[in-house]
Design a protein around this ligand. Structure first.
Ligand code: CDP
Length: 250
């Protein structure tokens, strides 16, 4: 939405700018337990996005006036590294966009973390975007869910997120940066696969009811693939535990 310069054709003969069909998700790789000192961590490569998530907690909630007597407080900080994209130069620390994304991620996880088990504590989710190419908030949710599972935080479900977009009049899943910038609409969504609940839902642009329904259908299908990749990453750290945590992704 709102891309600069002349709008390129986004859909030619049913193929998108990177050759994908409208139902295709970009290649997704997830590795869990990549950081030594975080209690849980995950690295996600999704198309050209590279996102790292680290989780701490439950630990003492500081400052104390943030504490709840009844549950753990979930905190999230989403940050783009200064070198993560052509537009991002890391000039001024947190900005409106990063605060918004941190807030929607925190709210998505507040619905699945069984926080009543840990009164007076906090669970902190840190997300660093190392490289961005459209869809970093979805990659952040997907990475954070694996990092939380790696930290052993009890959750009702393993959630993942994916965006859908409208490009040249058609709905498509998982927009890349060009589709994000020049498409007619962009809608990131997170589902709880077990209950079907929608835990994150944002929208840029306009869609008809039919387009919205088609978008939800595309996102639900894609969520299943994302969940598979998340489960595989978690299974791998238990099946092949390793002492040293380092990032090697081929
Ligand atoms: O990343 P996401 O799609 O969740 O959020 P967005 O605000 O719709 O941003 C779309 C894309 O624009 C990002 O993924 C980045 O590739 C790029 N961007 C950037 O490079 N620097 C920024 N400060 C904001 C966005």
């Amino acid at each position: 939405m709102g891309g600069q310069g002349e709008k390129p054709a986004l859909l030619v003969g049913g193929r998108r700018v990177d050759g994908r069909g409208v139902e295709d998700v970009r290649p997704l790789k997830i590795v869990a337990r990549v950081l030594n000192d975080a209690e849980g961590s995950a690295y996600v490569e999704w198309g050209k996005n590279k996102v790292l998530a680290g989780v701490y907690g439950p630990r003492e909630c500081i400052p104390r006036h943030d504490q709840s007597l009844y549950r753990a407080v979930v905190k999230c900080r989403y940050n783009m590294a200064p070198f993560s994209g052509a537009e991002e130069h890391g000039r001024s620390g947190p900005n409106r966009r990063s605060k918004e994304i941190s807030k929607v991620i925190k709210e998505a996880f507040e619905n699945v973390i069984i926080s009543e088990n840990f009164p007076k504590t906090e669970i902190s989710i840190f997300v660093e975007v190392l490289q961005s190419d459209g869809g970093t908030r979805c990659a952040a949710v997907t990475a954070a869910a694996v990092a939380l599972a790696d930290a052993g935080i009890p959750m009702k479900d393993l959630i993942g997120a994916v965006a859908v977009c409208k490009i040249d009049g058609q709905m498509a899943v998982d927009p890349g940066k060009e589709e994000d910038n020049f498409g007619e609409s962009d809608m990131p969504i997170a589902f709880s696969p077990r209950t079907g609940d929608v835990l994150l839902f944002q929208m840029d642009g306009l869609l008809t009811r039919e387009e919205l329904a088609r978008g939800l259908e595309l996102a639900r299908k894609a969520s299943m693939k994302i969940r598979e990749a998340q489960m595989e990453a978690i299974r791998k750290v238990y099946d092949e535990p390793k002492e040293d945590r380092f990032l090697l992704i081929g």
